[in-house]
Design a protein around this ligand. Structure first.
Ligand code: CAA
Length: 261
């Protein structure tokens, strides 16, 4: 497989891929080449039929401390605009397979936004989420203002974006930004995320990907359009072998054997 500089790609289980951000000395600051590698790795995993779900993590100290400030501090508008600075970050939202973020330590700025682009976020009690761009004389540029406003509401999104205050894992859970805080202990959150990815991988993969597609549609479409989209995709799944197997197995009181067809 490919050798990367800024990330480590591994396979803790046959059907589960783990991507570990690997710039520990810079607290996983998201420099441009890191994001190129991340997008490439995710695209490869999306095309790999043996993989059912992906876990994305950082280190114990930092999931990611944001976009690389040193890389961008001298940037000019014309260059940023012409070269579509940060536009490629959103490429990962086109991945069909579920991506679970396992967050320990700092998830700041672009690091918080990276977690928000994943499908499910699990956090260790050490996780700290924040959008501190305001302290740098700027604003979030990787989707934070939009996704936070949708997820946690206007007042809380405003507070995060305008004060730059870091919130705890518990606050993030109470605000509906993440699924839950998992147990203490080094590597606990990654273990939990791998277990969740493993469970997702055991399902029919067409249904899993359709499930991701319909939930994401809720953030893009009106309710009427979204309901129509969901119903149509639900109706369409009657054309799959996995639906016949899943419902047939239930009726026969046995475990389904999905073939992802
Ligand atoms: N970019 C570049 N380098 C970074 C970085 C970042 N976002 N965050 C940390 N680093 C580097 C530090 O410069 C330092 O490098 P050196 O050892 O070469 O000096 C190294 O990582 C360790 O960091 P600290 O010494 O600062 O560690 P600390 O434990 O004292 O503090 C911290 C940790 C509070 C997270 C602090 O590093 C910090 O505030 N980082 C910046 C957070 C931030 O502002 N993020 C938003 C970036 S802008 C953005 O993301 C825009 C967007 O919307 C896309």
């Amino acid at each position: 497989s490919t050798n990367y500089t800024y990330i480590i790609a591994s396979r803790p289980e046959p059907a589960v891929a783990l991507i570990t951000l690997n710039r520990p000395k810079a607290l996983n600051a998201l420099c441009s080449p890191l994001f190129v590698e991340l997008n490439q790795a995710l695209k490869d995993l999306d095309n790999d039929a043996s993989v059912g779900a992906v876990v994305l993590t950082g280190s114990e100290k930092a999931f990611a401390a944001g976009a690389d400030i040193k890389e961008m501090k001298d940037k000019e508008f014309a260059d940023a605009y012409k070269n579509r600075f940060l536009e490629d970050w959103a490429d990962m939202t086109k991945i069909r397979k579920p991506i679970i973020a396992a967050v320990s330590g700092y998830a700041l700025g672009g690091g918080c936004e990276l977690a928000l682009m994943c499908d499910i976020i699990l956090a260790s009690p050490t996780a700290k989420f924040g959008q501190p761009e305001i302290n740098l004389g700027t604003i979030p540029g990787g989707g934070g203002s939009q996704r936070l406003a949708q997820l946690i509401g206007k007042s809380r999104a405003m507070e995060m974006v305008l004060t730059g205050r870091m919130i705890t894992a518990t606050e993030a859970a109470n605000w509906g930004m993440i699924s839950r805080v998992v147990g203490e202990g080094e590597g606990e959150v990654v273990k939990e995320a791998i277990a969740m990815a493993s469970e997702i991988s055991s399902k029919g993969q067409i249904a899993v990907q359709a499930g991701k597609e319909v939930v994401n549609a809720a953030y893009e479409l009106t309710l009427a359009e979204g309901l129509r989209f969901e119903r149509r995709l639900f109706q369409g799944l009657f054309a799959t072998n996995d639906q016949k197997e899943g419902m047939g197995a239930f009726a026969e009181k046995r475990k389904p054997k999905f073939t992802h067809t």
